[in-house]
Ligand binder design. Structure first.
Ligand code: NAP
Length: 538
């Protein structure tokens, strides 16, 4: 191949969120010719888009950053134990400036298609401004939840007040004071919105389809002493996060629920409930998330908490899930969520009892009555993981379309490569380790591994790599095996591809690898140690 046939770039990253900018750091370090294309006007991904009130993560802040750099960890000071969106966005900006990555990034730049060209061994990437560029490798860092879905109610476009999906909440803050506000959806996002605005609004009407089990986050601002102590614990934090299957500081305790007395159990659960973060989900007895009976016992305990916190027993019953146990869907973390429903200005509408019939110019019509609003907030979730791949229009070897290949659900090698799609790495893609872990911990594994592989290919003067079909078959079996072992894998939620707002139902789609990050890391490491036996390298 002559030099004028070399592609424009060695590697192109799609997306400049948490995953994309870490991959950018690596490409820069390796001295690759690279660019990152980001459809937003700046870096941040999830933390750029989700400007809804109350947006924050519920990973402990110190575990949400990049842990590869001791220096970065020492330089950056987290203000809150569970940082709000703005703080995380500032952190990501700091990262990009510190490692001087911005100069290779292109913003307001949407990738509309990517097509593999076998002859030149490169990807032809088409952008929304009409340009096309070529790149030897294509690295997708699309995020798990970047394709928001609105409900399909008749008349939704007719509403004349302010309305938006939480993902597209306006950049200019909205003044909710005194307004008549509707929130549709009570997943993690809806719950955060409700907690944040309930006291500001004139009236708040919450449209709930299925209730979720919510639990207190117990956030706080770090004191100066706590910050200093945190910085001293860098090695310990790295080790701890690396040693739990979820990449959080929480880990299941070795005991089983019914191995201990009821008193001991309840005392332990009281402590968990009063403690910070995900401990009440991930730091429980080891069988709570895998065995229905212990799970039911714990769910009873949490239901008791909900009944204590909500004054109106009828409302409390509406908010206690009856169709799934605690922690078998993503647990929304909250501050004063249940208490909000004790306020006179907050009303709960069950969409199971009275479904929405239509939206008109002034509000929402259910089968029971008409509600008038100034603002409607749709916290109605995402076409998770797959939706953004669909929008990318990826065409691989022999004209094979990625979505055609994935029509019965994603098929991948280790969630990171796809047979038929040479030189493509789906960094936080379906079936990868990052989906079911504390996200930055999960993507560090995938990005480190991919970057080392890219260096290996360069060193060996290889320009083409493709995962073998056999790897795909084995990985699917592995994904399905772990999915069956946890109660989480059996519930309808975005983790299992459930979303009533899109036509494709992917409840059997094997979207997540639930074997945990320790196992995932080992699988990837084994590939590298053995010279990538699951790949054809040329
Ligand atoms: P979600 O968990 O998928 O929740 C969507 C909500 O909207 C559900 O209550 C759903 O009801 C409802 N809904 C969907 N379509 C509807 C329709 N047509 N009519 C009425 N209700 C409808 O989405 P999310 O709340 O945006 O959260 C997604 C994920 O983002 C979370 O699981 C979490 O991983 C992440 N997140 C994290 C944080 C954090 O770190 N703190 C915060 C926010 C989000 P059904 O349950 O009946 O389907």
């Amino acid at each position: 191949m002559s030099t004028d046939e070399l592609p424009d770039y060695d590697a192109v990253i799609v997306g400049a969120g948490v995953c994309g900018i870490f991959q950018a750091y690596w490409l820069q370090k390796l001295g690759f010719r690279w660019s990152a294309f980001e459809r937003g006007s700046d870096v941040g991904g999830t933390w750029y888009w989700n400007r809804y009130p109350g947006c924050r993560f519920d990973s402990e802040s110190e575990t949400y950053g990049y842990l590869f750099s001791r220096e970065l960890f020492q330089e950056w000071t987290w203000r809150e134990r569970f940082a709000p969106r703005e703080e995380t966005e500032r952190y990501l900006h700091y990262f990009v400036e510190k490692f001087d990555l911005r100069k290779h990034m292109q913003f307001n730049c949407k990738v509309t298609s990517a097509r593999w060209e076998e002859r030149r061994r490169c990807w032809i990437i088409t952008l929304s401004d009409g340009r096309s560029v070529s790149s030897r490798f294509l690295l997708t860092a699309l995020g798990l939840l970047s394709d928001p879905t609105l409900p399909r109610y008749p008349g939704i476009e007719r509403f004349k007040g302010t309305s938006f999906h939480t993902y597209y909440a306006p950049k200019e803050p909205i003044d909710y004071r005194g307004k008549r506000v509707a929130v549709v959806g009570t997943g993690s996002t809806g719950v955060q919105v409700i907690c944040e605005i309930a006291e500001q609004v004139g009236s708040l009407t919450v449209f709930q389809r299925r209730p979720n089990w919510c639990a207190p986050l117990n956030n706080a601002v770090f004191s100066a002493e706590e910050t200093a102590e945190l910085k001293d614990r860098y090695d310990e934090i790295c080790e701890l996060c690396g040693s739990t299957p979820s990449g959080y500081v929480h880990n299941a305790v070795a005991k089983r629920t019914f191995d201990v007395s009821k008193e001991e159990r309840v005392e332990f659960w009281e402590r968990l409930y009063a403690d910070r973060g995900f401990g009440k989900w991930l730091g429980n007895y080891k069988d709570v998330l895998t065995d229905p009976e212990p799970n039911a016992e714990y769910s009873k305990f949490i239901a008791g908490k909900i009944r204590q916190r909500i004054k109106n027993p009828a409302v409390a019953e509406m908010m206690i899930p009856k169709d799934h146990g605690f922690g078998t869907r993503r647990v929304p973390m909250e501050r004063g969520y249940y208490e909000a429903f004790n306020q006179d200005n907050v009303e709960l509408v069950s969409l199971e009892d009275t479904p929405i019939k239509e939206i008109d110019e002034t509000g929402i019509l259910t089968t029971a009555r008409k509600y008038e609003f100034d603002i409607i907030v749709y916290a109605t979730g995402f076409d998770a993981i797959i939706g953004s791949y669909e929008k990318l229009n990826v065409v691989g070897r022999d004209g094979l379309r990625l979505m055609e290949k994935w029509k019965a659900g994603p098929r991948t090698a280790f969630g990171i490569a796809v047979p038929g799609f040479p030189n493509l790495f789906t960094l936080a893609g379906p079936q990868s380790g990052s989906v079911a872990t504390n996200f930055p911990r999960g993507i560090e594994d995938a990005v480190n591994w991919t970057s080392n592989l890219l260096a290996f290919l360069r060193e060996h003067k290889c320009t083409r790599i493709e995962a073998a079909q056999a790897a795909e078959v084995q990985w699917l079996a592995e994904v399905q095996k772990w999915s069956k072992r946890i109660l989480f894998g059996q519930q309808n939620s975005w983790f299992t591809g459930y979303n009533t707002n899109v036509d494709r139902r992917r409840a059997d789609a094997a979207l997540i690898y639930a074997g945990g990050q320790i196992r995932y890391r080992k699988v990837l490491a084994q590939q590298a140690e053995q010279g990538y036996p699951a790949f054809d390298v040329q």
